[in-house]
Design a protein around this ligand. Structure first.
Ligand code: HEC
Ligand code: HEC
Length: 268
């Protein structure tokens, strides 16, 4: 079980056909994504808060996914945490008996509710998700991307690849969903061909200036703007801040991201 489950989680980040069948998941971002999703190790965990039942929680709650799934949640009331723990057991099959479930809820309640959370232990992975006002994706795109890729996503020949149509095409390729997150987080360096054009520029990494939530909002805007919404793969599901947080832990360089690009079969 323990060897299979981390893989299962990786597959569910952007959704694999297999994971879709195995777990009651929301429709995935790109249905075949799991096929090439190999790079990051989600066990680079931002530390769980130390305290009573810490060892128990570490053993029981980080076998399938990193502790970031807990530490990066917005603080929740105890009842909501109890619901999460029940979901891990009932829906995802975590083998935790009721007595230990109660201890885990007690731990979560002591560290991760709005009243008890300490901000300090939420480390280097960007601020915790704070809901953004509607329209933020478009605004943030304009501020952070439009200068190069243009406000209408058309890019500029020979320098900046287009995101209109092309971003939706990327989302259809296995691995594309995660790849888009990597590009924004870690940048892109090196050379590639697209529709007969060679791009040999460099995109700056933006992971340190944009939160997970902001990146999710930008990518959801890019995925649906300029008619891209009509080209998305069937069952496309919006990016969440949690997914960006997990991708962030891959800690890639801009040239690593180009290696990820080369692994995918991008036609146009
Ligand atoms: C058997 C594997 C497994 C174990 C063990 C497990 N989880 Fe999960 N957990 C999952 C899966 C699968 C998801 C959904 C991942 C996704 O959608 O990206 C998830 C998601 C989450 C989330 C994100 C919110 C949500 O509702 O999807 C939180 C928080 C979470 N787990 C907390 C915990 C805690 C606390 C424990 C320990 C009691 C735990 N997990 C143990 C499999 C597991
Ligand atoms: C300073 C200019 C610049 C900014 C700002 C910028 N990009 Fe880029 N972007 C580039 C360049 C240049 C490339 C191509 C890199 C190369 O040739 O290696 C690129 C590549 C990409 C790709 C990959 C396309 C492919 O086919 O692989 C995506 C997706 C992308 N950018 C999205 C964004 C988003 C979203 C933002 C805003 C968060 C953004 N970019 C901000 C210059 C920029």
């Amino acid at each position: 079980m323990r060897r299979v489950l981390p893989l299962l989680l990786l597959l569910t980040l952007c959704g694999a056909v297999w994971a879709q069948e195995t777990l009651p998941q929301p429709a995935p971002c790109a249905p075949t994504d799991g096929a090439v999703w190999t790079a990051p190790n989600p066990q680079f965990a931002p530390e769980l808060a130390k305290g009573k039942h810490y060892d128990l929680v570490t053993v029981q709650c980080t076998s399938c996914h990193s502790a970031a799934y807990i530490t990066m949640q917005p603080p929740m009331p105890t009842a909501a945490w109890a619901g999460i723990v029940t979901k891990m057991v009932d829906t995802y099959g975590a083998p935790i008996d009721p007595a230990r479930q109660a201890k885990i809820v007690e731990y979560l309640s002591q560290h991760y509710t709005p009243e008890t959370i300490k901000r300090a232990p939420v480390p280097a992975v960007g601020p915790p998700p704070i809901p953004l006002p509607p329209g933020s994706g478009s605004r943030l795109y304009g501020q952070n991307c439009g200068g190069c890729h243009q406000d209408d996503g058309s890019g500029s020949q020979a320098f900046y690849p287009p995101l209109k149509t092309h971003a939706a095409n990327l989302l259809k390729v296995p691995g594309g969903c995660t790849y888009l997150a990597y590009v924004v987080l870690f940048g892109l360096g090196g050379q590639f061909q697209l529709n007969g054009q060679t791009y040999a520029g460099a995109m700056p990494p933006m992971g340190s200036q944009l939160s997970d939530n902001e990146i999710a909002a930008i990518l959801n805007f890019v995925a649906t703007a300029w008619g891209n919404d009509k080209r998305l793969p069937k069952g496309f599901r919006k990016y969440t801040a949690t997914e960006i947080g997990v991708a962030r832990q891959a800690g890639l360089s801009a040239s690593d991201v180009m290696i990820e690009r080369a692994k995918m079969s991008i036609q146009h």
